[in-house]
Design a protein around this ligand. Structure first.
Ligand code: NOJ
Length: 534
């Protein structure tokens, strides 16, 4: 029997924005617990919760000040335990975020480390003297604004490394104390029933960096993300990251049935290295390539086929299982990137490909980016590199549950931490009442995927189709489904492959399409995705 995370569907929720139970305008764990029935109704298998640990919130929780507790804004440890139990009662799994590369500068480990050069925790982080001529030890720049990745500490007269904000100092995974303490964090949560982890920037974890300058990026120009002006030759995707991946996996394997997911932004050919040579790193190194490629049939198919080829060709363990992601809290909303009509096609793609899908909360509603007035911007990235479209607030706004005040997210008197989006994206309540809604489509796709071995476990093979259409078949034993995705705004006529030339329509992204019998060819409406059973 395949492990649950192979046939399951993961749903990412951003705890600040799912449901507020206290009326302070910020979502929390008891709020999530109140909404678990929704997730069960939707049909997903696991909830991945972005960080809910105590944090000064310089990076909204990705600056952790204590890995084994809950921030009071989100509740208590008892609330986390209650949420895990309530999820399990409904057959849902819980995946936590694990911030591997850095802590908060307020974490007691860092406070000790910076307190003196002689402190036993000094080397839990990377401290360096100035370069011989003065200034930072290397030219490395930080991810949020492209300033030096080294911060000067007046008191101890050394620099420390921070790949992200100065409030997020990088952990030294080469230190046995860090290894022990951080690995115990995994055990702490697994002992409490957590079903897995999503490892933040897994490909940045450092054991023994080479302190060498990164080369300039020849493709960089003014107006691009300032951090991209250097290539990251010495700062990411190094062998160190695999060393750490194996350490994490060893601990996760001490427990049954847990999943280890890695956040790794790499093209397919390099991404697959994060499964490990012997299936000993990540079960699912996140595949973000469908987020970053052009949204055309040719490019999307190219990504899928390259990924499939990379998975097959490498002398990989049999455990290398694909996965796909179309949205998360770091990128613009799917519906804003590709438009509302293609967003429906994209959900059909995500939920019919071979590999575990991860859905980002409110994408099932087709929620677009929400416009954030300048005085409401909170994302440090937007603040440090304004106006380049890098800000992440627009994709992190509260879930829209009901047509009532504050969309049912919080109480009417509260100011939600980010604005609640306009009515362009109908609420859960409205969409549940309509058979034509995006939510109805996503739920139908989820039900179909769950009930179909071909979809959740079968083989994938693309077949020839006209330009602008991505067509593939999914097969498991006797069951074959064809997926035809028209990724253009014009009608298309798609010939069916000779061995599967007759079938029945199972589901269309267009609500008005009747279930027809088809033979030899199928006419697709503009922006239509269609599933056929042959
Ligand atoms: C990746 C996370 O997804 C992002 O939100 C965060 O800001 C950085 N890692 C730093 O932890």
């Amino acid at each position: 029997m395949a492990p649950w995370w192979k046939h399951g569907i993961i749903y990412q929720l951003y705890p600040r924005s799912f449901q507020d139970s206290t009326g302070d305008g910020v979502g929390d764990l008891p709020g999530i617990e109140q909404r678990l029935d929704y997730l069960a109704w939707l049909g997903v298998d696991a909830a991945w919760i972005s960080p809910m640990y105590p944090s000064p919130m310089a990076d909204f929780g990705y600056d952790v000040a204590d890995y084994t507790d809950v921030d009071p804004r989100f509740g208590t440890l008892a609330d986390a335990e209650s949420l895990i139990a309530a999820a399990h009662e409904r057959g849902l799994r819980v995946i936590l975020d694990y911030v591997v590369n850095h802590t908060s500068s307020e974490h007691p480990w860092f406070l000790a480390s910076r307190s003196s050069r002689a402190n036993p925790k000094r080397d839990w982080y990377f401290w360096k003297d100035p370069a011989p001529g003065g200034g930072p030890p290397t030219n490395w720049v930080d991810r949020f604004g492209g300033n030096s990745a080294w911060a000067w500490d007046e008191a101890t007269e050394q620099y420390y490394l921070h790949t992200y904000l100065p409030e997020q100092p990088d952990l030294n995974w080469g230190h046995p104390g860090v290894q022990e303490a951080m690995l115990d964090v995994l055990r702490f949560w697994m002992d409490r029933g957590v079903d897995g982890f999503r490892v933040d920037v897994a490909y940045r974890a450092k054991v023994a960096p080479q302190w060498r300058d990164n080369p300039p990026n020849p493709d960089w120009h003014e107006g691009r993300d300032p951090y991209k002006r250097l290539l990251e030759t010495y700062t990411k995707n190094l062998p160190d990251a695999h060393v750490v991946g194996r350490m994490l996996r060893d601990v996760v394997d001490e427990y049954r049935d847990r999943v280890l997911i890695g956040e790794v932004t790499l093209p397919p050919e390099r991404l697959v290295a994060f499964y490990g040579e012997h299936d000993d790193e990540y079960h699912l190194p996140f595949n973000f390539n469908l987020i970053h490629c052009d949204w055309t049939a040719a490019d999307v198919q190219d990504q899928v086929d390259r990924y499939e080829a990379a998975l097959q060709s490498k002398r990989l363990n049999e455990g290398a299982w694909p996965n796909y992601v179309l949205g998360n809290h770091d990128v613009h909303r799917l519906a804003s990137r590709i438009g509302p009509e293609q967003a429906r096609v994209a959900q059909m793609l995500l939920l019919t490909l071979r590999g575990t899908p991860t859905l980002y909360y409110a994408d099932e509603l087709g929620m677009p980016n929400v416009k954030i007035p300048p005085d409401r911007v909170v994302d440090p990235w937007e603040k440090n590199a304004p106006g380049l479209g890098l800000g992440r607030d627009p994709a992190r706004t509260p879930m829209r549950w009901t047509t009532g005040p504050a969309a049912g997210f919080t109480v009417p008197e509260a100011t939600p931490w980010l604005p609640i989006g306009p009515a362009e994206a109908p609420t859960v309540e409205e969409q549940r009442a309509s058979d034509d809604s995006m939510l109805a489509l996503v739920r139908a796709l989820i039900q179909l995927r769950r009930s179909s071995n071909a979809l959740h476990a079968g083989a994938y093979r693309a077949f020839h189709s006209p330009d602008g259409v991505f067509a593939y078949e999914r097969t498991e034993k006797e069951e074959t489904l064809l997926v035809l995705l028209n990724m253009t705004g014009r009608s298309q006529l798609v010939p069916l492959p000779p061995h599967a030339a007759q079938g029945t329509m199972v589901l269309s992204t267009r609500p008005d399409r009747a279930r027809e019998q088809v033979a030899y060819r199928v006419a697709l409406h503009p922006n239509e995705g269609l599933i056929l059973r042959v």
